[in-house]
Design a protein around this ligand. Structure first.
Ligand code: SF4
Length: 387
């Protein structure tokens, strides 16, 4: 049989497709992979390769940048009308679809992605929490162990990408770090970040002995979620704990959900906390899933120009900051120029030129009349700026 695997939009190698590849190769089938990077694969080209079966996996619930604006459903309809039968899966199609058990535990066939220099997989699935913006609880259920490293890491590979959603919530996690992950001397990157609430005085030193690296495995980095203002005090307390234990907080990166249920002053407050500790923010815009609507009506509740210092002039990915600034501009927030990151003019124009021009069309910088809805929110701004 000829099997065609279509990876619709994964950033990382698609684990389910690699397992399907192993499954079919063990049965003597021929397997080919096509990465369509968010675009609809050409139906003519699929017909041309005459596959007996097609599997398509779509990870993201939203449509990535694509020239074609047709919904995926229509593409399926057209495919079927010309006789292409396919099986589909992935969170972007239906979160309830999963691989059969006998396939789900197969060692991934990395060769379809030309043997990347890292392995990828889950040690645990699920989560102990129930954040309303997140699909993990409904998709994966309560936290449970699902596989050991030897189930998906080739011996010769020393970099591991972990897709776990809340690894530390698994009761065996600290023991596993101590007995398996540290002795393996492999480097680990946790794509979904850690739950900082689960770092304690007792476990922090053990966790930090492991080689946690950033996305490109070039520098030490730990990633955390800082999705709501509700955990502000905990994050502040844990950042101080990192310092007290002698760990640099500059290697900590925080995924910051926005455009969901926070206000401008809350977003600035989160940002300011990270600035004080030299940690890095990474803004992640909410994409509506499971019908959960945004709750940030009345977002602009303060005047950004009265924020002391330069809020975006410290650390972080410039492209990511520019996306957040553009979001603020779209919401009518006027951002004083001193808040923009300092960098060479040509690069500045690439990242921030459109936002600056837009602001100028809105009537210049820092001239918007506004009021603080809650003056107490700003007490932190008077006292909290240490750097
Ligand atoms: S802690 Fe993270 S994985 Fe768990 S429900 Fe909340 S956002 Fe989802």
């Amino acid at each position: 049989m000829k099997i065609l695997l279509i990876d619709f939009d994964s950033d990382w190698p698609n684990l389910a497709l690699m397992r399907l590849a192993r499954h079919h190769r063990l049965r003597g089938d021929k397997v080919a992979l096509r990465r369509s990077r968010g675009r609809y694969p050409s139906i003519q080209r699929i017909l041309h390769s005459k596959p007996d079966r097609v599997y398509l996996s779509k990870i993201f619930t939203f449509q990535k940048e694509t020239r074609e604006k047709r919904p995926l459903d229509e593409w399926f309809r057209v495919s079927r009308s010309v006789g292409i039968e396919m099986e589909t899966g992935g969170t972007g199609i239906d979160e309830s679809i999963s691989l059969p058990d006998e396939v789900d535990h197969l060692f991934p066939d990395y060769s379809i992605y030309r043997d990347p220099p890292y392995a990828i997989g889950f040690i645990t699935r699920g989560c102990i929490r129930n954040c309303e913006w997140c699909i993990v609880p409904s998709k994966e259920g309560r936290i449970h162990h699902c596989q050991n490293l030897e189930g998906f890491v080739p011996e010769a590979v020393d970099r591991v990408v972990l897709l776990d959603n809340n690894f530390l919530a698994w009761e065996g996690s600290i023991g596993y770090i101590e007995e398996v992950m540290i002795p393996s001397n492999k480097a680990f990157y946790m794509t979904q970040g850690f739950d900082i609430r689960l770092f304690t005085e007792e476990n922090i030193d053990t966790i930090m002995r492991c080689r946690w690296m950033g996305k490109h495995f070039k520098k030490r980095e730990l990633v955390f979620g800082f999705d709501s203002i509700g955990i502000y005090d905990t994050v502040a307390e844990k950042l101080q704990m990192f310092r007290d234990h002698g760990y640099s907080t500059s290697s900590l990166k925080f995924l910051m959900l926005y455009d969901f249920n926070t206000t401008l002053s809350e977003d600035l407050r989160r940002l300011d906390l990270l600035r004080r500790f030299g940690a890095q923010p990474f803004w992640m815009r909410y994409r509506q899933v499971n019908g959960v609507a945004r709750k940030n009506v009345g977002y602009v509740d303060c005047r950004i120009e009265e924020f002391p210092g330069d809020i975006f002039g410290f650390r972080g990915c410039r492209l990511n900051i520019s996306q957040f600034l553009r979001y603020l501009t779209d919401r009518g927030v006027r951002i004083p120029e001193r808040h923009f990151p300092r960098m060479r003019k040509e690069r500045f124009d690439i990242y921030f030129g459109p936002t600056i021009r837009r602001q100028k069309r809105m009537g210049g910088f820092g001239s918007i009349p506004g009021t603080f809805r809650d003056a107490s929110l700003w007490k932190w701004a008077e006292t909290a700026i240490l750097t």
